[in-house]
Design a protein around this ligand. Structure first.
Ligand code: PLP
Length: 408
């Protein structure tokens, strides 16, 4: 390659996520795929979007098709500041930065916080987009295992004591506290408090990424970590991708004003501003109350899919396979018997036109070989019951094979 000797050191670390590579294979039309964590396109409000777009162009076209402020459209920031305040996070428009999806928030934060080799605390397993942003800015990801209550703060406390002794305290911790991608698990209230306490004690920032929190099927919502934060230590990331539509690429970040300004400087050299048309569309839909109504209907649709996938797993999966029971969001996390390799299983499943994501890619340390993520959000009910039944058959064959191998 002509440019091989010209790349910056950090570019050598950049690689496409294996998971995204797999999507190309799994998104073929006849595939029963539970791989992509996409919202269901069947729920996109096509007719309403067409009407609103038409109105926008007719009434505000000169602005909607123009560049806008780097921080984002003021009307949208004002709406989001009120929304955040109602949710227990007091904010003014100056505390809001509109981003190109919450993914851009992660990228900008990694850019302004990280020097090469700086430590960042991440969940194990963790969201690949967050992990990738940290890696691209040469952060050293220290992953802390999770259990059914989220990140193990006792293990984090022990890790921090050691890191402190080595003079390598983290710059920030990156968390998805609600219906986490990939596990569907929520961080318990006690651990939210504990995270904040540890962040204070060891002086690091907390990034709270919350794209799924509003898609709750049952149970009581837990307060966000940011709502318990009295010193501006928590940075909150929100997104319209799961509650409305991802194609407009509109997310937001909530932080103290000096950090918002710093991030806006970083954003200026990235894209000058977020999508003007998308921001105005999000603003019209959100301010009219439509998104809240839409979320209510999404909850009942996604709950049906969660229920269906879980009942199919209960019916078809053999003993020795276990899974999480998410109270919201898009994902179920499956743990196979220890001796089983989820990647080999996936390759066999693809031959039978069923796909999921094997779990190793969500780990930074080579663990999770026997784990897998199943998204129930996108597949049709028919594909869910057929796909899980086929996979159940395959799993039974694999378990029988394992038993024979062990007894031989
Ligand atoms: C935990 C998490 N954060 C962020 C994102 C990215 O969302 P956005 O479309 O807002 O960039 C996703 C998308 O799947 C996600 O699961």
């Amino acid at each position: 390659m002509v440019f091989d000797g010209l790349y910056a050191e950090r570019a050598k670390l950049m690689k496409t996520s294996e998971i995204r590579e797999f999507f190309k294979l799994t998104e073929q039309p006849d595939m029963m795929s539970f791989a992509g964590g996409f919202p269901s396109a069947d729920f996109f409000p096509m007719g309403k979007v067409t009407d609103v777009l038409q109105g926008l162009i007719e009434q505000e076209g000169k602005f909607a098709l123009q560049y806008g402020p780097t921080e984002g459209n003021l009307e949208l920031r004002t709406y989001l500041a009120e929304k955040m305040t109602q949710e227990g996070i007091p904010a003014s428009p100056d505390n809001i930065l509109i981003t190109n999806g919450s993914q851009q928030g992660m990228d900008l934060l990694s850019r302004v916080f990280l020097n090469p080799g700086d430590v960042v605390v991440v969940e194990e397993p963790g969201y690949v987009g967050g992990l990738g942003a940290i890696r691209n800015y040469e952060g050293d990801r220290q992953s802390i295992p999770m259990d059914e209550n989220g990140l193990r703060t006792d293990l984090l406390a022990a890790a921090l004591r050691k890191l402190s002794g080595d003079n390598r305290l983290p710059k920030f911790a990156y968390l998805v506290p609600n219906f986490q991608n990939p596990t569907g698990i929520c961080l318990s209230l006690e651990r939210r408090r504990e995270m904040l306490k540890l962040a204070r004690e060891y002086n690091f920032a907390l990034i709270e990424d919350n794209p799924y929190g509003e898609i709750r099927f049952e149970g009581k919502a837990l307060p966000s970590i940011k709502s318990m934060d009295t010193e501006g230590r928590v940075i909150y990331l929100g997104s319209f991708s799961k509650t409305f539509i991802p194609g407009i690429r509109v997310g937001w970040l909530v932080a103290d004003e000096p950090l918002v300004q710093k991030l806006a400087c970083a954003k200026q050299s990235t894209d000058l501003c977020s999508n003007s048309l998308g921001q105005r569309m999000a603003c019209r839909f959100a301010a009219s109350g439509y998104i809240d109504e839409h979320v209510a209907s999404l909850i009942s649709h996604y709950k049906e899919k969660r229920d269906l996938m879980i009942s199919c797993m209960e019916k078809h999966f053999p003993a020795g396979v276990s899974w999480t029971y998410p109270q919201g969001g898009f994902f179920i996390w499956v743990t196979l018997p220890e001796e089983m390799n989820a990647r080999s299983l996936l390759l066999k499943a693809i031959e039978r036109r069923v796909a999921f994501v094997d779990g190793a890619g969500f780990y930074v340390n080579g663990n999770g070989i026997n784990t897998a993520r199943f998204a129930f959000s996108e597949a049709s009910p028919e594909k869910i019951w057929r796909g899980i039944a086929i996979l159940g058959e395959l799993l039974h064959e694999e378990v029988t094979g394992l038993k024979k191998a062990i007894s031989a």
